[in-house]
Design a protein around this ligand. Structure first.
Ligand code: NAP
Length: 260
């Protein structure tokens, strides 16, 4: 499994399991199966209402805490400093852990100043409750602002990124600042599974269209992917990304796919 270096000296596995919309036992089952298959990076959020299930699956898995990278996110309703501190503590309690590897601001907020929120995020990190901090759904401009307000490096921006949703400006900025881009909805919520261009490229490599979609992302510098899968064959397939490469002609074809 390829890992991406973070500014705190730790690293993030380039492939993680997304858990949005996985609830109750379906979430616990998916996380347990993923850990059994070898996933070592789980993406959740207080907003997903499934941190408790993620925590239960991690506890039952027997995988050492230090061997799993856990990301969670604070929802904008909790961006006031005292609310953020409380939200982070609640997330840790539900996840049954003393720290998360990465704590993100889920979306920008118009209601609370970024200075207040980033200040509280830094406090949580300084207390060792988040090893790294970052943002999600932030523009380049907001990333610059967050970085200027933060003592700890803004290690990651998690954004929607896939073949149908280019993110060149963000990538250019992130690479210059050593910020990891985590691609969410990397399969365009499953829509890429039937895309004729990806199906054709996949056939050439003995891979599925979804594997091509994920490979296209992890083949790029500083990009991680967090596909969500609940079915075991999909969980397995999404791990098989590191035994093939897309060549220049594949990349040209993918670049010509019409964006959304
Ligand atoms: P996604 O990962 O693009 O697509 C998930 C869908 O693809 C599911 O229906 C899944 O089916 C299917 N799938 C998975 N692997 C497949 C394969 N190999 N072949 C065919 N189909 C496959 O969508 P997403 O859940 O929107 O995004 C992934 C994660 O990103 C989320 O779970 C969440 O953790 C994160 N996210 C973050 C934000 C944010 O604001 N930060 C927003 C959206 C998402 P099955 O479940 O049936 O296996």
């Amino acid at each position: 499994m390829i890992s991406l270096a973070l500014p705190n000296g730790h690293s993030m596995p380039a492939l993680g399991l997304g858990t949005w919309q996985l609830r109750d036992s379906a979430c616990e089952d998916a996380v347990r199966t993923a850990l059994e298959l070898g996933y070592r990076h789980i993406d959740t959020a207080e907003r997903y209402g499934n941190e408790r299930e993620v925590g239960a699956a991690l506890a039952a898995s027997g995988v050492a805490r230090g061997d799993v990278f856990i990301t969670t996110k604070v929802w904008p309703d909790h961006f006031r400093a005292s609310d953020l501190r409380k939200a982070a503590a609640e997330s840790l309690r539900r996840l049954r852990t003393d720290y998360v590897d990465l704590l993100l601001l889920h979306w920008p907020s118009k209601d609370v100043s970024l200075a207040e929120t980033v200040g509280a995020l830094n406090e949580v990190a300084a207390q060792g409750k988040a090893r790294a901090i970052g943002v999600s759904n932030f523009s380049v401009e907001l990333m610059r602002e967050a970085a200027s307000l933060s003592q700890a490096p803004i290690a990651c921006n998690q954004v929607e990124y896939h073949v149908l949703r280019p993110q060149q400006a963000l990538l250019d900025y992130a690479r210059g600042e050593q910020v990891v881009i985590t691609a969410y909805s990397p399969l365009a919520k499953g829509r890429l599974a039937d895309h004729p261009v990806l199906v054709r490229i996949g056939a050439k490599h003995g891979k599925s269209a979804s594997q091509v979609a994920l490979r296209w992302l992890v083949q790029q510098n500083g990009v991680a992917v967090i596909p969500k899968a609940s079915r075991e064959p999909n969980l397995r397939a999404n791990m098989q990304l590191f035994d093939f490469s897309l060549d220049d002609s594949d990349l040209r074809e993918l670049a010509s796919v019409t964006p959304l």
